[in-house]
Write a protein that binds this ligand. Structure first.
Ligand SMILES: C[S@@+](CC[C@H](N)C(=O)[O-])C[C@H]1O[C@@H](n2cnc3c(N)ncnc32)[C@H](O)[C@@H]1O
Length: 406
């Protein structure tokens, strides 16, 4: 039999990367200890939209296979009593981000038309005007269009350096020039058969080869917003595309560098940083964001700090011919389908051991769009399973310990 226990900390592998629940208004010591160590901080805070965001989470095997059912759950509120209250949060975020950076580091602040202007003035004060490098305009096609003014279809990403020693290598993000005709330029082909566009100015010919890389400037039109059925989508509202984070991180980091995000949401920054071989530290005030990010990241080399949830649930386990069987969670939730199947109530589970209040993960099983079926039978001595961590279909994590009773 297993009983529910409270766990604050879960460790995968050597636990080097960090994901935690935390509020930037009271920066946790784990982040204070990282002062001066990050090469890049990316911030995508609430935009002061006044909205209450919901999240869609696939439910059970059918949900992960076909997209339905996918009930909605509250995600986070982007509501502030006043602009002053919002700017207090932003000031804390910008200040904490600067503190995290090492001398070669850079800072990205992702906002939209609502707060980009006061944020620019604030960042000029915190970083110094001379540390402003640029603002990137990321344009996309999504949602409705206005008839009363030109539609607002871009975000603003402010870019600041911690010091003049900042690292930036634009050659890491080449774009292919391609064979798009530009400005009625003449086309040509050279002796090696390479195609180019050409223009003559003051008697001199300038050639632009199709196969030559060009480098992005500050208006990005080639990265789309995530579509509803994009396999990358976690269902977390305001999730940013991995491609965007890759372009932001690649020129400013090297493998092994630390990347931090104090409002990590669904963990896009963390996933992109991991793919580039960087270390990462992510935080969010919303425990659901931590659950989504934890299930999205590779189950290795990660420490997750977030108190496990309570709530009525019964863990169903069994044994059969030397196998440990996971039956699922017997529980009710208003968003789950009626007559829910205990196996479908489970989104992921882990086996491990609890040492000094820390859950050390030994094996991890989770659903994904690629593998919607959850592993539920393990060929091992069932008595060797001492502790289990579960995440239910609503994103609540729970820890369980063997009691000794049969
Ligand atoms: C725009 S979302 C981030 C989305 C993320 N970039 C992604 O790709 O999924 C902003 C996040 O800031 C978090 N947040 C709001 N206030 C916070 C605070 N005081 N401390 C830490 N996180 C906060 C919200 O919970 C939300 O997940």
């Amino acid at each position: 039999m297993f009983e529910q226990v409270n766990i604050e900390r879960e460790v995968f592998g050597n636990g080097e990367n960090l994901l935690m629940r935390g509020n930037v208004m009271a920066l946790p010591p784990e982040f204070r200890n990282l002062a001066g160590k990050a090469q890049c901080v990316y911030l995508d805070p609430p935009f002061m939209t006044g909205e209450k965001f919901m999240r869609r989470r696939p439910y059970g095997e059918a949900g992960w296979k076909t997209g339905t059912p996918a009930p909605r759950y509250p995600a986070y509120e982007d509501r502030y009593t006043s602009e002053k209250e919002y700017l207090r949060l932003l000031r804390r975020l910008v200040g904490a981000s600067r503190d995290l950076l090492q001398e070669t580091g850079v800072f990205y602040l992702h906002l939209d038309w609502r707060m980009a202007a006061p944020a620019r003035i604030m960042c000029d004060k915190v970083f110094g005007k001379t540390r402003f490098l640029n603002e990137i305009i990321w344009t996309y096609e999504s949602g409705g269009r206005s008839r009363r003014y030109f539609s607002r279809k871009h975000d603003v990403i402010l870019l600041y350096a911690k010091s003049q020693k900042y690292f930036f290598d634009l050659t890491r993000v080449p774009l292919l020039r391609g064979d798009k005709r530009r400005n009625h330029m003449a086309r040509g082909v050279d002796e090696q058969g390479r195609m180019f566009s050409r223009i003559t100015s003051n008697g001199k010919e300038y050639r632009y080869y199709d196969d030559e890389p060009v480098y992005p400037s500050d208006v990005w039109t080639d990265i789309g917003y995530l579509q509803q059925r994009d396999p990358e989508r976690t269902g977390y509202a305001t999730q940013k595309p991995l491609k965007l984070l890759e372009r932001l991180l690649l020129p400013v980091t090297n493998p092994g560098d630390l990347v931090a995000d104090l409002c990590c949401g669904s963990g896009t920054t963390m996933e992109a940083a991991g793919q580039l071989g960087c270390r990462f530290a992510g935080m969010d005030v919303n425990p659901e964001a931590v659950a989504v990010t934890a299930n999205r990241l590779k189950p290795e080399n990660l420490t997750v700090i977030c108190p496990t949830g309570k709530g009525k649930a019964e863990l169903l386990t069994g044994e059969e011919e030397g196998r440990f069987e996971m039956g699922g969670l017997e529980m009710e939730h208003p968003a789950f389908p009626a007559k829910a199947n205990p196996a479908d109530n489970l989104e992921s589970w882990e086996i491990g051991r609890i040492e000094d209040g820390v859950f050390r993960v030994e094996q991890s099983f989770r659903r994904s769009f690629r593998y919607p079926e959850l592993v539920r039978s393990l060929k091992m001595d069932p008595q060797a399973v001492k502790a289990i961590m579960t995440t239910d279909a609503a994103g609540i994590r729970r820890a369980w310990q063997r009691t000794g009773e049969a």
